[in-house]
Design a protein around this ligand. Structure first.
Ligand SMILES: NC(=O)C1=CN([C@@H]2O[C@H](COP(=O)(O)OP(=O)(O)OC[C@H]3O[C@@H](n4cnc5c(N)ncnc54)[C@H](O)[C@@H]3O)[C@@H](O)[C@H]2O)C=CC1
Ligand SMILES: O=C(O)C(=O)COP(=O)(O)O
Length: 528
């Protein structure tokens, strides 16, 4: 199968070469939103950097799209919610440019401290003004790192080699973890108070938008220096410009802007502000790394596999993928069956894992999502997959719970799926035998050994003579062949279950006829 891939931002040739081995690649740089909307329907995959705004409108028009790859770290230019809703995998290449962004941050810090950009311009103009460009040393200064992730940590290491004291703020990093890097974790308020230089390395999210603003700048040390090589918008540019102009902030180094490219930034008029046009990731090495990573992931997804750095779906470590696959397949079948046998609107789905699965609990999210896919597929028109399953369920008001239990009822592994509806609930249990033999082992309280495939008829009936025969006769009379049969009961004379594997679809009229057999309580046709 030939796939079409659109590359809409500059991508290193190494990545293009990898894509070409498997796909037709169109490189179209600098498209407007309208232009993108007009052509996106032809493509199976889209690869971008920070230049392309992948809006909900673009995603809506992407009728064949399976994969959006971000050749870099930040995905804030992609409407991942819209992609998730549509079941499109969004992946990034978060590790490939870490060191490039780190080194750019260090370059910015030293350029700022020693005023290199202004000195360079001055000398080239024919001036020799040594006293005008007196700098400051970083030795023994305090560096405040906001966001102690991949780049924040690497910046910290390098700053320590300059004999700086490094403090950091990151609500998701423990003081112990910080201490492993020789870094004191503190509140952002304390960091602002003690830092001589502040550098931000967070994503742009609600909590970090305008984190540095007029009020927070007022709490900082006089003469503080501020660096942003993360995302425009973490700093309020107008507030920063005013603070630099007043002398409160001695200087700032900015690689990223609220609007890119920036038009009329107030920062451009200030000598003590140095700027670069979003160059953090722009090294030969980083661009090769991210292009290769995003191209390999693209091919993996188009071939039906999983991407390594999925942003909007559960990630399964490669070494566990083979082990998890049969459970995911089983869960989907259980979901399909459950959805067809229940009555009423679904309000809650609960998936419980037991036996060997308990040890895999970190990686069962994908199995749960496959169960939801199985439940929603027969009900909805839209394609459901592991990317959008939970999202769509939530949107429809279905609560999803995932739990584990020690009680495996003698099975080596056991998945139990309970669907609660406005009219009642049903539990279906399944197990994987050996490496990949999947079986449904119970419907409600009735045990069985059912291969979850093909078409089946499930009936509940009174356990008494003269029910099973006439039911089978109804099918026979209507030319429907029975390939297999299982009957189960908990107690003789009570309610019993019958599961018939049938070779063709059973029309509604025939199902009605079955339901009228004396002793039949309910009968449902399902395809697995
Ligand atoms: N200028 C450029 O060209 C480049 C910019 N970047 C940007 O740099 C930033 C950092 O990238 P990485 O270190 O790779 O990401 P990362 O995901 O490894 O680290 C981000 C850190 O921010 C922390 N964080 C989240 N919310 C926070 C909050 N409210 N306050 C403080 N910390 C918070 C997270 O816990 C995490 O440790 C991202 O915005 C990324 O897009 C990355 C590469 C190149
Ligand atoms: O990776 C990131 O988050 C970056 O900001 C790099 O952006 P770019 O790929 O150079 O447009």
């Amino acid at each position: 199968m030939n796939y079409n891939v659109l590359v809409s931002d500059p991508l290193a040739e190494e990545g293009i070469e990898i894509l070409r081995q498997f796909c037709t690649v169109d490189e179209k740089i600098g498209l407007s939103e309208d232009e993108l909307v007009a052509i996106i329907g032809e493509y199976d995959a889209l690869i971008v950097r920070s230049g392309t705004e992948v809006t909900a409108r673009v995603i809506e028009a992407a009728s064949k799209m399976k994969y959006i790859g971000r050749a870099g770290a930040g995905v804030d230019n992609i409407d991942t919610d819209a992609a998730t809703r549509k079941g499109i995998i969004v992946a990034n290449a978060p590790e490939g440019n870490t060191l490039a962004a780190t080194e750019h941050t260090m370059a910015m810090m030293l350029s700022l401290a020693r005023r290199i950009p202004s000195a360079n311009v001055s000398l080239k103009k024919g001036e020799w003004k040594r006293s005008r460009f007196i700098g400051v040393e970083m030795n023994e200064k305090t560096l405040g790192v906001v966001g102690f992730g991949r780049i924040g940590r690497e910046v910290a290491k390098r700053a320590q080699s300059f004999n700086m004291r490094v403090v950091a703020y990151d609500p998701f990093i423990t003081p112990e973890r910080g201490a492993q890097f020789g870094v004191e974790m503190m509140t952002v308020e304390d960091l602002f108070k003690v830092a001589d230089v502040i550098t931000v390395h967070t994503p742009l999210i609600k909590e970090t938008t305008h984190l540095i603003n007029t009020d927070s700048i007022a709490t900082m040390k006089d003469g503080v220096r501020i660096i942003n090589c993360a995302r425009g918008g973490i700093i309020d540019e107008n507030a920063l410009a005013a603070a630099v102009a007043s002398g409160k902030v001695a200087g700032a180094a900015i690689d990223v802007f609220e609007e890119e490219p920036p038009t009329n930034s107030p920062l451009f008029d200030l000598d003590n502000v140095i700027v670069t046009p979003h160059l953090g990731a722009s090294t030969v090495e980083a661009q090769k790394n991210v292009a290769e990573s995003i191209a390999h992931q693209c091919i993996d997804v188009l071939k039906g596999g999983a991407a390594k750095y999925v942003v909007n779906a559960p990630m399964i470590p490669p070494e566990l993928q083979e082990t998890i696959e049969p459970y995911a397949r089983l869960a989907e079948k259980m979901g399909r069956l459950a959805s067809q046998v229940v009555d009423g609107a679904i309000t809650k789905v609960e998936v419980t894992y037991a036996g060997d699965l308990i040890d895999m609990r970190q990686n069962l999210k994908m199995v749960t999502r496959m169960a939801i896919k199985g439940i929603l597929d027969p009900i909805l028109q839209m394609p459901i997959n592991i990317v959008n399953a939970e999202f769509v369920a939530r949107e429809r008001g279905i609560a999803v719970a995932e739990t584990t239990t020690e009680e495996s009822h003698g099975f080596k592994n056991l998945i139990s799926l309970t669907i609660r509806t406005t009219k009642g609930e049903e539990t279906i249990s399944g197990s994987v035998f050996g490496k990949n033999r999947v079986r449904i082992v119970a419907i409600g309280e009735f045990t069985m050994d059912l291969i979850p495939a093909g078409s089946i008829v499930i009936s509940h009936h009174i356990d008494k003579p003269g029910v099973i025969g006439p039911t089978a006769t109804v099918l026979g009379r209507n030319n429907i062949n029975i390939g297999g049969m299982q009957v189960g009961r908990v107690k003789a004379g009570d309610e019993a279950i019958m599961v018939l594997n049938v070779d063709s679809e059973v029309p509604d009229a025939v199902m009605e006829e079955m339901r009228s057999v004396p002793g039949i309580i309910s009968a449902t046709f399902a395809t697995l």
